[in-house]
Ligand binder design. Sequence first.
Ligand SMILES: Cc1cc2nc3c(=O)[nH]c(=O)nc-3n(C[C@H](O)[C@H](O)[C@H](O)COP(=O)(O)OP(=O)(O)OC[C@H]3O[C@@H](n4cnc5c(N)ncnc54)[C@H](O)[C@@H]3O)c2cc1C
Length: 385
Amino acid sequence: MDFKKTEEQELLLESLREVVRRYGTEEYIRECDEKGESPRKLNEALHEAGFDMLGVPEEYGGTPCDTLTLMMYHEEFARICSGAYACECTALAMADMIKFGSEKQIQDCVDAINELKTPFCLGFTEPQAGSDSSGISTTFTRKNGKVYINGRKTFISRIDNANYMLCMTKDPSAPKDKAFTTWWVPMNAPGISYKPIPKVGWHMVHSCEVTLDNVELDESDIVGVEGKGFVNVMKNFEIERLVMSATALGEATMAFEDAVVYAGQREQFGRPIGDFQLIQEKLVDMATKIENMRGLVYKSAWMEDNGIPVNTMAAMTKRYCARASFEVVNDAMQIFGGIGYSSDLRISRVWRNNRICGIGGGTEEIMVHIAGRSLVKQYKNFQPL
Ligand SMILES: Cc1cc2nc3c(=O)[nH]c(=O)nc-3n(C[C@H](O)[C@H](O)[C@H](O)COP(=O)(O)OP(=O)(O)OC[C@H]3O[C@@H](n4cnc5c(N)ncnc54)[C@H](O)[C@@H]3O)c2cc1C
């Protein structure tokens, strides 16, 4: 096993650090977080340097890379700049659209990226349908050659920075495997209204409640094949889970690094607190969890790059990383004591933001649901030696 980064990966990460050093300073990120604004200056610099097109095929103006490199990028970004979550993974959005969207829809995404906007917001979750996403009730109906969308969505992130929503709808009369269809909904269409949901963290991204009231579309606004929307979006969820895991890993690493430095400096009872075994125990457990997280993220990425199905592994990775990462960040806050709980230090922001990892993109419990069923099935006829 070779754990060494390639020269290209080292160069990529160094140039990312260079951009973040100049445009993603802690002072700036804190200011954006306090104001609830996206870090535009940083996004501009990342765009200029082409990072927002990392993992996107060349024909769409991107820089292709393997999944492992994409994960290293997200890990490093979260480690050096805890505003990482505010800068989304455009490669993921583009991958979906390149696979299922029309040329016009793909071009809409490229145009949005060039305008420093989100390629699209994903309109899946509804007030009554979160984990049970098959319980959505947003519908589409046809009348006089037009399509009409009606329903309510919730927690739709970045809607205020998107030109389009990839909107999941359901035909309640169709069999389950043909019931879900995705639509390309322009955000300026009459009948759409939304308002932000106040949140514990993730202040630089607005997540909104959305109403779609008789929103008129054309037939050409369908994304992919009618009835296949669910399957299409599901494939991307695996990679989204890995991106979230890599981000959780990067945030945990940042929290650990801040805490271990502090433990060497802060003195109590006449000694650095890092001399106390109870603090050392925390640091060792934190470092071990980080190594475990990295092992899972990199192996999952390697599997994806080598064409090995990653569904179960991605669910296990996300569950582990979400939990372990929050434990690490929480322990880091503990090591800082009172000042860790103040908003003077970035650990408090990371602590607020990191909590989402166990909820967004599928909860910890749903990861058990996915991986558990699959493991039992895999070992159904297992014969031990
Ligand atoms: C900040 C943020 C951003 C988001 N952005 C988006 C977005 O852009 N687009 C979008 O479509 N959605 C988005 N979401 C929604 C997110 O995907 C859902 O919140 C998530 O899937 C969980 O759904 P829920 O909130 O309805 O919780 P519920 O499904 O109601 O779950 C509540 C609890 O019950 C547990 N539970 C549910 N079913 C089971 C089961 N079978 N077994 C055991 N436990 C179970 C859950 O794990 C959870 O602990 C976002 C959410 C947040 C918080």
